[in-house]
Design a protein around this ligand. Structure first.
Ligand SMILES: [Fe+2]
Ligand SMILES: [Fe+2]
Length: 190
């Protein structure tokens, strides 16, 4: 179904995927620069990227997908249920991976270069993991949604993904827009 609500919801999901992908690429660049004798942005930059991912995609994007997209596609077709289970499992796994990367970064700050190879590997693995997750959603879930969702569902989805609510007291989605812009500026400068 290609109504304005469907187009809007799909656009926002794609945009959020692209932003996540850019931030992860930024993390990969940053950990490559660490220890290479280059003047690297302060650790606070890496922590801002971790914060962005754990607060925006993890706490807003993924729950919205589960509630407004996956839940409505369940029981439509067997294969779809399997993919949805896998994607929900990946949402949980992503959180654990973020925690591990944060710990690996702290180890790097405490122990120095000897902790770098593990950190780099974890970030690269997360990048591949997250790219595969987004690809599954874009190539399997969104086409299935076009097939199965009703106009009412699309309207709710567009409303959920287009809103600028304040889900956790103080930090609005617009603030994440500013944080994202700051991350992108830093990536471009290096
Ligand atoms: Fe997802
Ligand atoms: Fe997603």
């Amino acid at each position: 179904m290609q109504t304005p609500a469907a187009r809007k919801a799909v656009l926002v999901i794609h945009k959020e995927h692209q932003q996540l992908s850019m931030v992860i690429t930024g993390m990969q660049c940053l950990v490559k620069l660490l220890g290479a004798g280059v003047d690297v942005p302060r650790p606070v930059m890496f922590r801002s990227m971790l914060f962005y991912i754990s607060e925006y995609p993890e706490k807003l994007h993924h729950p919205k997908e589960e509630r407004y997209l996956f839940a409505r596609l369940r029981h439509r077709a067997n294969d779809l249920d399997k993919t949805i289970d896998e994607l929900e499992e990946q949402h949980a796994q992503g959180k654990a991976r973020m925690r591990d990367i944060e710990h690996a970064f702290t180890r790097y700050e405490l122990a120095g270069e000897s902790a770098l190879p593990v950190l780099r590997e974890m970030v690269d693995e997360y990048a591949a993991f997250s790219a595969n997750h987004r690809r599954l959603e874009e190539e399997v879930i969104l086409p299935a949604a076009r097939q199965w969702l009703a106009e009412e569902d699309w309207k709710e989805l567009a409303e959920a993904f287009g809103s600028n609510r304040d889900p956790f007291g103080g930090i609005k989605e617009a603030d994440f827009g500013r944080l994202f812009a700051m991350i992108v500026r830093t990536i471009r400068e290096h």
